[in-house]
Design a protein around this ligand. Structure first.
Ligand code: FAD
Length: 526
């Protein structure tokens, strides 16, 4: 296998990977391994914007209060307050690299409102094209720096418990090992493993699965945010109708004319996403149809150009005032446990963005806090790496042969097809969960062996191998938490339970029974 050496290996090129690359490649040798297209990431499709409490009427304390409330008593206060205080720095950095946020004629920033926020604090660009503007600006900055390598990362390379890089497979089937002093996982979440989803296919949790195999600690995998309003027509999911649409006054209404959220929550249509998504799901299961009544938004087409385009492509004319809506998987709160500098529990391995679990989002992410987290934690990691007095000894000095890595294998892959895994996860660990169906799906997945990727696996095998592990981790974590909280709702335990408050479900591949028993006493479950 061909081997290359670099200071920093970044896997993934959404907002987290691109910010790390932009910051670190100014002075270090950086390689970004990622799928080939700029649009193969969720960041590109972010519509609503990025939350930052920088308005004169706002404060990070109020932003924190809203974040904690949405997080349903499960946020890491320390991590959340550190990030939210950075709102201004993150805004300044993005502006400096060329993101033009929308402003009024006098040059003042236009702040949007989204669900769960008590203040208007969502910065947006190009109306509803914030993600595209950010990704484009970062790519432009990186154009000359030649950091990108295209392929699918297959597995981490470990030596003596330390992460020394990863190997990847190209579209043409070549396998390449990248040895690095620092590896940063930026592969996004796993909501793309659901049938009805806003996510790109690549959001399949592959980085979380790789980190798990390497021995990293994970947690909060039971918390999945379902967005209330996706546009689905003739069985096809066309995309997301941003919460900013409800922020501008749109109301959810069913086909009998009933305002859906009227008596459900004090924030009505802007209630936390899990509450709204469940209400829509209930109406759909009762045989009703649900619509967003957008007739009160006078300038809908200019405020939401992408959504207007998407509606027309799906055969719906926004000018008529009604857009059909269904809920779907949108964001995963759990992932690779990281500290406030983005360090995982494995030496040499960092994680940022949706694949990381900082604890900022708790059991339910507040709208538009994830672009902020992706950029903010990427800045923190870059700062940490740049602050190291001397770069750790390059693995180049050891030579490929010195690494006890075993990439060879027979390519065996007796696993269920990807669509079967997705269907099972959607049915058993969806908006409403219960023990019987989750246990059935976990049993089904456990009938298949855990497979370690090897060079004889094809790209589609690699996708299945990681999806199998990821789906199993998600459903078994959901099975363990016997309560409802934030993005985890169980019909057999429909309320939060005091005995689960502040408890986490941690996942590690190498935990022994004795340690697990000890940790359970401290509220860490396996
Ligand atoms: C439609 C939509 C709208 C959204 N709107 C907003 C919003 O308005 N505000 C907000 O804050 N958040 C929003 N979100 C959430 C937000 O976009 C994501 O949480 C955030 O962009 C995640 O960034 P990331 O860098 O962690 O991952 P991503 O942007 O998903 O990037 C992950 C990268 O990793 C690559 N990758 C994955 N696996 C591998 C592998 N094995 N090998 C190589 N490369 C790999 C992918 O191709 C991709 O380049 C939205 C999400 C969606 C789907």
């Amino acid at each position: 296998m061909k081997a290359v050496y670099t200071d920093v290996l970044i896997i993934g090129s959404g907002i987290a990977g691109l910010v790390c690359a932009e910051k670190l490649s100014r002075t270090l040798n950086v390689r970004v391994v990622t799928h080939s297209k700029m649009q193969s990431c969720n960041s590109y499709f972010a519509q609503g914007g990025i939350a930052a409490s920088i308005g004169s009427e706002d404060s990070w304390e109020e932003h924190l209060a809203d974040t904690m409330e949405a997080g349903a008593g499960h946020c890491n206060f320390h991590a959340a307050h550190l990030l939210l205080k950075e709102g201004k720095n993150i805004y300044q950095y993005l502006s400096e690299i060329g993101v033009e946020f929308d402003t009024n004629e006098d040059g003042s920033i236009i702040f949007g409102l989204e669900g769960g926020h008590r203040k208007k604090r969502i910065l947006h660009a190009g109306g509803d094209q914030t993600g595209k503007f950010i990704v484009n600006a970062l790519y432009k900055k990186l154009q000359e720096r030649k950091v990108f390598t295209y392929g699918t990362a297959a597995d981490l390379i470990m030596k003596d418990g330390r992460c020394c890089g990863a190997w990847y497979k190209t579209e043409s089937g070549a396998d390449i090992a990248v040895f690095a002093a620092y590896t940063i996982m930026c592969t996004g979440g796993f909501a793309g493993l659901y049938d009805t989803t806003t996510n790109v296919r690549q959001a399949s949790g592959s980085g979380i699965a790789m980190a798990y195999r390497a021995g990293a600690a994970l947690c909060d995998l039971e918390f999945v945010q379902f967005h209330p309003t996706l546009l689905k027509q003739n069985g096809k999911v066309w995309g997301l109708i941003s919460e900013a649409v409800r922020g501008e006054g749109a109301r959810l209404i069913d086909n009998t004319g009933k305002l859906l959220m009227e008596k459900i929550h004090p924030l009505k249509d802007l209630a936390p996403r899990d509450v709204v998504a469940r209400e829509i799901q209930r109406a759909l299961e009762a045989g009703k149809s649900v619509f967003l009544d957008i007739s009160v938004i006078a300038d809908f087409e200019s405020r939401f150009p992408s959504i207007t385009k998407m509606c027309r492509a799906a055969g719906i004319e926004p000018g008529q005032g009604m857009i059909p809506a269904v809920p779907g998987a949108h964001f995963t709160m759990g992932g690779i446990i990281t500290d406030d500098r983005g360090r995982s529990t494995i030496e040499g391995l960092y994680a940022a963005g949706e694949c990381a679990r900082t604890g900022i989002h708790g059991a339910n992410r507040l709208a538009s806090n994830s672009l902020l987290e992706g950029a903010g934690m990427a800045m923190k990691i870059s700062e940490t790496i740049l602050q190291q007095t001397a770069l750790e000894k390059m693995p180049e000095n050891h030579g490929n042969a010195a690494f006890p890595v075993e990439f060879a294998g027979n390519g065996g892959c007796s696993l269920p097809e990807l669509h079967v895994i997705k269907e099972g996860l959607s049915r058993c660990a969806g908006i409403v969960r219960k023990e019987e169906t989750m246990a059935g799906f976990a049993d089904f997945l456990e009938r298949y062996p855990s497979i370690k990727p090897d060079v004889n696996h094809s790209l589609s095998d690699l996708e299945k191998i990681n999806a199998h592990v990821m789906a199993w981790l998600a459903v078994t974590s959901a099975l363990k938490r016997c309560e409802s909280r934030g993005g985890h709702y169980r019909s057999d335990y429909p309320h939060p339970r005091e005995e689960w408050h502040f408890k986490i479900i941690e996942r590690r591949i190498d935990i022994d029974e004795q340690t697990a028993a000890l940790r359970e006493a401290a509220g860490i479950f396996y």
